[in-house]
Design a protein around this ligand. Structure first.
Ligand SMILES: *[C@@H]1O[C@H](CO)[C@@H](O)[C@H](O)[C@H]1NC(C)=O
Ligand SMILES: [Cu+2]
Length: 232
């Protein structure tokens, strides 16, 4: 019987995880899963760990789920709620993908080399350890480039939790995809488009690493996958 006693002491893994269920527009959170695709098993708050799976795009079954589409002004700041909070250290990123002609944000699966990064945030060095600005956050927000053309987009938040990332497959990807209709946009052209899956390898320098020891001495920005962007 003694053997089983230790089970009681195991922490609840679910409470250590988190989910991004709602868009925040004009400073106000919308209803959970109204404009964000409700992926299969969302109530587990669990991460995606296989970067080669379709789930890396919009979480489990998220490519084929559908939500309502929110009108958002180009150049404005749009966020996601983080429930109940981002409890792990890691890299925060946001990507967008323009819905192709003949599709809508509600119908499109986000396939192809279509995703561009609008935000990437690694750690700062605090004393002799890394400090992660998003750790503990209950919401995260991103400026939508003013130069992006008007139209419908998928809007993908990604927090790459790195607390157990020293082995391949150890990084935990917390992902949601929102649906937005961008208004008042410009004529910019996003570059370095990537696909999900495809953008990452399990052994990429910013995905397989030990964030505790030895302390990363080179600029961490070099470890973030900086392949895609649009600049105003
Ligand atoms: C997107 O916004 C434009 C400009 O307000 C509007 O004309 C259009 O109907 C909207 N499209 C969708 C699908 O909401
Ligand atoms: Cu967790």
């Amino acid at each position: 019987m003694k053997v089983f006693a230790s089970l009681v002491a195991l922490p609840s893994l679910a409470t250590a995880h988190y989910v991004f269920p709602a868009l925040i527009n004009n400073g106000a959170a919308t209803t959970q899963w109204e404009y964000v695709r409700q992926w299969t098993g969302y109530y587990s708050n669990g991460p995606v760990t296989d970067v080669s799976s379709l789930s890396i795009r919009c979480n489990v079954d998220g490519a084929t789920k559908s939500a309502s589409t929110l009108d958002v002004a180009a150049g404005s700041t749009v966020g996601f709620t983080a429930v109940s909070s981002i409890t792990h250290p890691g890299t925060l990123q946001a990507y967008m993908a323009k819905v192709p002609a003949g599709q809508t944000a509600a119908t499109w699966d986000g396939s192809g080399n279509v995703w561009f990064k609008i935000f990437g945030q690694g750690p700062t060095l605090g004393g002799s350890s890394l400090v992660w600005p998003s750790e503990g956050a209950t919401q995260v927000s991103f400026k939508i480039p003013a130069s992006l053309p008007s139209g419908q987009y998928l809007f993908r938040v990604e927090h790459i939790a790195l607390h157990s990332a020293s082995a391949s497959g150890g990084a935990q990807f917390y992902i949601s995809c929102g649906q937005i209709n961008l208004t008042g946009g410009g004529s910019g052209t996003p570059t370095n488009l990537v696909a999900f899956p495809g953008a990452y390898k399990a052994t990429d320098p910013g995905i397989m690493l030990n964030i505790y020891y030895p302390v990363v001495s080179r600029p961490f920005s070099s470890l973030i996958v900086e392949r895609s962007s649009i600049r105003d």
